[in-house]
Design a binder for this molecule. Structure first.
Ligand code: CA
Length: 512
């Protein structure tokens, strides 16, 4: 599992004129590569080396795709850092060709016989955790919710051993918002669909205030959840704070008793709804972890499962690859429409997709959003894209879906929960302790160094792919088996330490 001491560079595609340094300490100037190329500069790990002399204006190719043009001549063996590259313009959307409706889609070989132990729900979905959800209509009740959830954990949960936990769905929406604005349905349906997440077993408690704009019946219209109960804090029966808390606990008990009757049973792998995401990316994300996730995506889709890939600003530069993989011309058109909507949303704020990259991405060797996008889209594997999920909507699986969400880790995770995700895969190169309370998050490290340093935060190490001791297929299969085990109840490190991020709503509508 250790990095070979020999100088080691990784090229992704035969046409690439750059490769990235694999060695954990980087490589010194004067190092001679296998090919005989001599490094002219010290090049840090995960950063790019010019494999040939590049003239000014020449396309720099990685993944067989132009990630930029050389601003000036770059000699073979030089460090190709971000300041030497001119980023290409975003592909126009209006003249993208749509796939031919009559073309033959690749036939996928079914993957049969894989199962996990899950909780069946009445609507046909399957839970990987047995959780009580307390959903809320407005931020005003968040403090009361926190006290109540704490008391439920301390005083009640021990009596209900088959219940994995209680989740307070706290958020910043509900009042002080333009609730009838054209984009307001996005945060509202996000909250509604999160309450319907399979891991909540088809029931929800609603905690409301009374005078807020988002009334309980607007959040959860009749029939949207099979078993529902309500506590409204401004009702006259609550004389004092403790009466509110006692009422919440008594209501919670009625749900806990029912949830406690649930048992895991063997279900096919097709019941998985897996959201894939990356965060804190480096140049290895697109070399190790994301290709392994992509391999696993193909396995999951072949097994009949549903996979969601997202992060619009990170796949915008791969739009031509995406439309070419669309199952139908209609699916391709919906991708284009979602991206056009997002382009306009960013333009309204005075930025474009290039605002995505972070200082950490650049320090990790990613020059710009085009390079990041090519490493990000690999998570979606090679199978056809069956559908598009608008922000806050639910996926109607099976198959691979583009869930159009921002790339922001917590907003993407929140929207994938709304889409029906019951297990989450998250790759990271720089490292993030990300987690969600409503759904297990499997974190995949891109580098062995990170996996060793954060040995009790990372669930899987894709670093051996860069080290040359495992293949993409090896790690893809490891992830597939880990997904089934995790869905069956095996705890992730984030669950072990009780680490989770807040729900963060995507609200493109105005605040009043
Ligand atoms: Ca992300």
């Amino acid at each position: 599992m250790s990095t070979p001491a020999l100088p080691h560079v990784i090229r992704m595609h035969a046409s690439d004129n750059v490769a990235i340094v694999g060695n954990s300490g980087g490589l010194r100037a004067g190092t001679v590569l296998d090919s005989g190329l001599v490094l002219r500069d010290q090049v840090p790990q995960a950063h790019k080396v010019a494999l040939v002399d590049l003239s000014a204006g020449q396309p720099v190719l990685r993944y067989g795709v132009e990630i930029g043009r050389a601003k000036a001549a770059i000699a073979a063996g030089s460090w190709v850092h971000e300041r030497l590259l001119e980023m290409p313009a975003a592909r126009a959307l209006h003249d993208l060709p749509l796939p031919d409706a009559a073309r033959a889609l690749p036939v996928l070989e079914p993957l049969q016989g894989y199962t996990f132990e899950g909780y069946r729900n009445a609507d046909g979905s399957v839970a990987t955790r047995n959780l009580l959800a307390i959903t809320t209509t407005v931020q005003c009740v968040a403090g009361v919710l926190e006290v109540a959830v704490q008391r439920i954990r301390e005083e009640l949960l021990a009596q209900y051993p088959n219940v994995d936990g209680v989740v307070g769905l706290e958020h910043s929406y509900g009042c002080g918002v333009a609730i009838d604005a054209p984009d307001a349905p996005i945060p509202i349906r996000t909250l509604r669909h999160i309450s319907q997440n399979p891991n909540f077993g088809g029931e929800a408690m609603v905690l409301s205030l009374g005078c807020e704009k988002l009334q309980p019946e607007r959040l959860l219209p009749e029939g949207s959840i099979a078993v529902i109960s309500q506590v409204r804090l401004q009702d006259s029966e609550h004389v004092g704070f403790m009466a509110m808390i006692d009422h919440i606990l008594a209501t919670a008990k009625t749900h806990l008793e029912r949830l406690n009757q649930r048992r895991r049973e063997t279900v096919p792998a097709s019941a998985l709804v897996v959201g894939v995401q990356c965060g804190g990316s480096d140049a290895f994300s697109g070399v190790t972890a994301n290709p392994a996730v992509g391999y696993c995506t193909d396995l999951l889709v072949r097994a009949g499962a549903t996979v969601l890939f997202s992060e619009t600003t990170e796949v915008r530069d791969a739009i031509e690859q995406m439309t070419a993989r669309a199952a139908t011309p209609e699916v391709a058109q919906r991708m284009i429409d979602e991206m056009a909507w997002y382009d306009a949303y960013l333009a309204r704020g005075g930025v474009d997709r290039s605002a995505n990259t972070t200082p950490g991405n650049k320090a990790g060797g990613l020059s710009n959003i085009v390079e990041k996008a090519m490493g990000s889209i690999i998570k979606s594997g090679t199978v056809p894209i069956n559908g598009v999920v608008s922000p806050g909507d639910k996926a109607q699986g099976p198959g691979l879906f583009y869930a159009a969400t921002p790339a922001s880790d917590f907003i993407c995770g929140t929207l994938q929960l709304a889409a029906g995700m019951n297990v989450h895969v998250f790759t990271t190169g720089r490292g993030t302790p990300y987690g969600l309370e409503a759904c297990p998050v499997i974190k995949v490290a891109t580098r062995t160094e990170l996996a060793q340093r954060w040995h009790d935060l990372m669930d899987l190490n894709a670093g051996p792919i860069a080290d040359g001791t495992a293949s993409v297929a090896d790690v893809g299969w490891q992830l597939f088996h880990l997904l089934l085990a995790t869905a069956s109840g095996r705890k992730t490190w984030a669950e072990h330490w009780k680490l989770h991020n807040s729900l963060v709503l995507f609200n493109p509508a105005p605040i009043t």
